[in-house]
Design a protein around this ligand. Structure first.
Ligand code: NAD
Ligand code: MG
Ligand code: MG
Length: 341
């Protein structure tokens, strides 16, 4: 590797963020994970939420002080925007921007609205990012286990000059400095995050599992067997990959599986799939995907809802719910220890 710098707690001024008042806007997946960890790390954190709403009730149940978004922005030095990407521009325009002052730190966990210029903060505002590379609930569960989720930081504009230090310190307070923090740019984070979730980790994987399931079921095999073979085992295999790369996975599987893996995998994911991925990346880079998504969300989400329904009704989901309610399986840590197994 040519000199990738990974920041750990020992490289970071972990106290810097504790000198600042933090408003976390939103108490969803990331809002929950990040604000809980900030509080347990000793930070001064308030939730900016629609008062009396569901998130407000949840946050208060965890002992948080909450304010309206407007009040929280006025109160804070650092404002972390953790509401859905598609509502951020409107909430920013109407509730955040009118209450911001020069020198505040406006933060995001994904660069979408800044990179695609749906939010354009004034030049006297620091704009930085801390983006955990994992779901918000995992940001919390890892922290509770004394660990952290690796995270990205980025600085978009930096009038105060210490944007990077503030981002690192915030990232440390949510536990990321226990795992590793990498610096990137808003553009790179936005485009690679969208590409990864669309073509590999969410979109690619779910389409792969559904298609594999359909092929087995259409060939007359039991849908229960199909579920175990193409979905249940996915996590078990990926745990090995996550721990030690493809090599650990191939160390553990049979020679039969390994030979089939290396000779058949490339027949499924082939040049046509690569071309499709390149087109997906082009649509991300050109802003075509961002426009399509923003338009869809602004016009009532009709297609989005239809897709959600279709996906919820796929037999793999019905069979899966039935199987998971009938079975119990443990989730062990460190599955491979080459000295022991
Ligand atoms: P989410 O969908 O879980 O956010 C829900 C919260 O936003 C709730 O508190 C809800 O009340 C509030 N909210 C929704 N609409 C609102 C509105 N119009 N006005 C005020 N509040 C509103 O969001 P999330 O998935 O945690 O994503 C937040 C940000 O983090 C996004 O930028 C996303 O790309 C990024 N991110 C998310 C994850 C993840 O694990 N979900 C991972 C990395 C980065
Ligand atoms: Mg992502
Ligand atoms: Mg994403």
């Amino acid at each position: 590797m040519n000199g990738l710098k990974i920041y750990l707690d020992k490289d970071i001024d972990t106290n810097l963020i504790k000198t600042k008042k933090i408003a976390v806007i939103g108490f969803g997946s990331q809002g929950y994970g990040q604000s809980m960890n900030l509080k347990d790390s000793g930070c001064d954190v308030v939730l900016g939420l629609r008062q009396g709403g569901k998130s407000d009730i949840k946050a208060k149940n965890y002992g948080f002080k909450t304010m309206s978004i407007e009040e929280a922005v006025k109160w804070a030095d650092v404002v972390q925007v953790l509401i859905p990407d598609e509502v951020q521009a409107k909430v920013y325009e109407e509730q955040i921007k009118p209450n911001m002052r020069a020198g505040q730190y406006l933060m995001f966990a994904h660069g979408f609205n800044i990179h695609f210029k749906k939010i354009i903060p004034s030049a006297d505002i620091n704009v930085i990012m801390v983006a955990p590379k994992g779901p918000g609930h995992t940001v919390r569960s890892q922290y509770e286990e004394g660990k952290g989720v690796p995270s990205l930081i980025a600085v978009y504009q930096n009038p105060s000059g210490d944007g990077k230090q503030v981002a690192l310190s915030y990232a440390s307070a949510i536990g990321a400095g226990r795992a590793g923090i990498i610096e990137t740019t808003f553009r790179e984070e936005t485009e690679t995050d969208l590409f990864g979730e669309q073509s590999v980790i969410c979109g690619g994987v779910s389409a792969l599992m559904k298609t594999g399931f359909d092929v087995l079921v259409e060939a007359g095999y039991s849908p229960y067997m199909a579920y175990f073979e193409v979905l249940h085992e996915m996590k078990l295999i990926i745990d090995l990959v996550n721990q030690g790369g493809l090599a650990d996975m191939r160390y553990s599987i049979s020679n039969t599986a390994e030979y089939g893996d290396m000779t058949r995998g490339p027949k499924v994911i082939n040049q046509a799939s690569k071309d499709a991925m390149k087109n997906i990346l082009s649509d991300i880079q050109s802003g075509k995907f961002a426009k399509e998504f923003t338009d869809e969300m602004a016009s009532g989400c009709k297609n989005f809802q239809k897709l959600r329904e279709e996906n919820a009704n796929h037999p793999i989901e019905k069979i899966g719910a039935e199987i998971r309610s009938a079975f119990q399986w443990g989730r062990d840590k460190n599955i491979i220890d080459r000295t022991k197994n």
